[in-house]
Design a protein around this ligand. Structure first.
Ligand SMILES: [Zn+2]
Length: 109
């Protein structure tokens, strides 16, 4: 489950900003093409934050749909799967959004 490593990174980033103060909310953007399972992330977040200043923080997950541009027909379409062709049938596409995961916001008590 690679979500554990990802969650450890998120927690490290937030703790770096919190500097020992309790954190009440963390908002994370997850691209649909980032291959991260939100439920697994929630589970890992609960485990990783135990005993830290994030222990009572609410994890908000913001879903970011994938977006790609077709090099053949020029169409820009949403995509939930990297292994799917453009509606025109072309595989010659470039993904422009939805592959990242990032900490968007955090709230300190
Ligand atoms: Zn196309």
């Amino acid at each position: 489950m690679h979500e554990l490593g990802i969650t450890e990174n998120i927690v490290a980033i937030v703790r770096g900003h919190a500097r020992g103060q309790p954190v009440t909310r963390v908002a994370v953007e997850i691209g649909r093409l980032a291959a991260v399972a939100p439920e697994a992330l929630r589970f890992c977040f609960d485990v990783c934050t135990r005993g830290t200043e994030l222990e009572n923080a609410r994890l908000e997950i913001i879903d970011v749909p994938g977006l790609r541009t077709c090099r053949d027909c020029g169409r820009e379409t949403e995509a939930d799967d990297l292994l799917a062709p453009c509606p025109c049938g072309s595989w010659n596409t470039r993904t422009t959004r939805g592959t990242d995961l990032r900490v968007k916001e955090m709230e300190i008590a």
